[in-house]
Design a protein around this ligand. Structure first.
Ligand code: SAM
Ligand code: DTB
Ligand code: SF4
Length: 349
């Protein structure tokens, strides 16, 4: 098993001060906190027992039970050189996604303002790159600075980063960097061949060293086994420290990608994945991410019960659809869920 750090380390995991009602204790974390077998044993629990445990953890660590709203914007769409088998933006697959140039600053700021007006507290800028070029970095830094100045939390997902690039983003005011492990190490080569698992771990290491907060998760429903889903969660939970944000994506099957046409994952298995993420990474924001448009309200409600406390909010992910903001507000209201931040009055009656 691969880890960012193989040594024992003392950390103070004090993120999300807005939602946690207490200062999390300084604790010593073993390099391998969660062996895959133990994570698998959680997956294998009777459904109600798993949900109960997830609820206990969630209520202990997030007594407010609020939901974070994060809005995504694709600042550079399509034409990507990588071969990620799920991705509509890979140039080599015929998916109908057109390659575009990087957005102008004004376009980004308009989208960020709209997201803020709608109640989002985090704005995540995504680019279809293997890794950013130096000429891209300046443009992204300008965007980060300006979005941060609007009072939004900033997140970017730009592909692999060198140490110095992570530092530049931190200096520009970036709060979070999103880089997913995507799946278990042993399933990874079924999905991607143009970069390996260790490349991803290296980027996560650079992000941490730069003092950025880590947003890291994966995709389920790509044909992996339950043990491999447990393997992904174990990898995430054993990062030292584990990520502050954990996006759990349900594969959005896009015609033209190699993963299009797979048998869909049982929705309850997706709910289980959320619950296991909650139990193993109790202080993380677990984000119910891609795939909500295909999910229906009942499954989403179960995901919130299982401990999801963040969503992508706004009618588009990067290239595919997401529920309308009005519908999400209606769903959160129906479930009596508050949203995080200063826009509670507007977003939830
Ligand atoms: N190009 C950068 C990279 O790959 O790191 C950043 C953007 S990439 C689109 C970010 C993440 O989106 C991927 O790691 C993957 O987890 C997720 N993603 C992409 N296509 C998806 C799909 N069809 N369904 C679910 N998640 C997807
Ligand atoms: C993440 O884990 N999921 C988001 C975000 N990070 C960048 C992306 C989902 C993309 C879904 C397919 C698309 O819209 O292109
Ligand atoms: Fe490119 Fe990212 Fe899509 Fe992979 S997931 S093809 S790196 S945009």
């Amino acid at each position: 098993m691969q880890h960012l750090s193989q040594t024992e380390q003392t950390i103070s995991h004090s993120h999300d001060a807005h939602t946690l009602q207490f200062q999390p204790p300084v604790k010593t974390i073993r390099a391998e906190t969660w062996p895959v077998d133990e994570v698998l044993a959680l997956f294998d629990l009777p459904f109600n027992d798993l949900m109960f445990r997830a609820q206990q953890t969630h209520r202990e660590f997030f007594p407010d039970a609020d939901v974070e709203l994060a809005t995504l914007l694709s600042i550079k769409t399509g034409g990507c050189e990588e071969d990620c088998g799920y991705c509509p933006q890979a140039a080599r697959y015929d998916t109908g996604v057109e390659a575009k140039k990087i957005l102008e600053l004004t376009e980004v700021l308009d989208a960020a303002q709209a997201a803020k007006d709608n109640g989002a507290t985090r704005f995540c800028m995504g680019a279809a790159w293997r890794s950013p070029k130096d000429r891209d970095m300046e443009k992204v830094e300008t965007m980060v600075r300006a979005v941060k100045a609007m009072g939004l939390e900033t997140c970017a997902t730009l592909g692999m980063l060198k140490e110095e690039q992570a530092q530049r983003l931190k200096d520009a005011g970036l709060d979070f960097y999103n880089h997913n492990l995507d799946t278990a190490p042993e399933f990874y080569s079924n999905v991607i061949s143009t970069r390996d698992y260790q490349d991803r771990l290296d980027t996560l290491g650079h992000v941490r060293s730069a003092g950025l907060k880590v947003c890291c998760g994966g995709i389920v429903g790509m044909g992996e086994s339950r043990r491999q889903r447990a393997g992904l969660i174990a990898q995430l939970a054993n990062l030292n420290p584990y990520p502050e944000s954990v996006p759990v994506n349900h594969l959005v099957q896009v015609e033209g990608t190699p993963l299009h046409g797979l048998d869909p994952l049982d929705p309850l298995e997706f709910v289980r994945t959320i619950a296991v993420a909650r139990i193993t990474m109790p202080m993380a924001r677990v984000r119910l991410s891609a795939g909500r448009s295909q999910m229906g309200e009942a499954v989403q409600a179960m995901c919130f019960m299982a401990g999801a406390n963040s969503i992508f909010y706004g009618d588009k992910l990067l290239t595919t659809g997401n529920p309308e903001a009005d519908d999400d507000r209606a769903l959160l209201n129906k479930l009596g869920l508050k949203t995080r931040g200063t826009f509670t009055a507007k977003t939830c009656a």
